[in-house]
Design a protein around this ligand. Sequence first.
Ligand code: CU
Length: 123
Amino acid sequence: MRGRDIVLAIGGAAAAIWIEGARPAQAHAVLSESTPREAQIVFGPDLDVELRFNCRIDARRSRLLLISPDMHGTMLPLLEGGAADELRAGLHDLRRGAYRLHWQVLSVDGHITRGDISFRVGR
Ligand SMILES: [Cu+2]
C-alpha cells in the first residue's frame, strides 16, 4: 500500500465511524414519550405506565423498576401486546409520595440504554 492509499483508507474508516456516530438516534433506544412524565404529579391508587422509545426494542430483555417513597425497589411485570417501541406496566396501590421509575431497554441493534423518571403521587 502506497502512502496515499493508506491515507485514503484511514480517511474512509474515520468517515465510517463519523457516519455511525452521527445517527445514534436510529440505533440506541431513546425515551421519546412517557406516562408519567418526568416531574409529573399523578393520582393513584392505580396508574398505567407507558414508555415510548424512538425505535423498536426487545421488551423481553428490557426492565422496569419502580422505586417507592420508602426506597423499596420492585421489578414491574411488563404488559404484553403493546407496540414494538413501547414498554407498559400497571401500577396499583400507590401511596402518596415520590416515586422513581428506572428503565433499562435493549434496542434491536443490541445496545442497552437506561434512564429514570421521577414522579409524585398526590391525593
Ligand atoms: Cu445502538
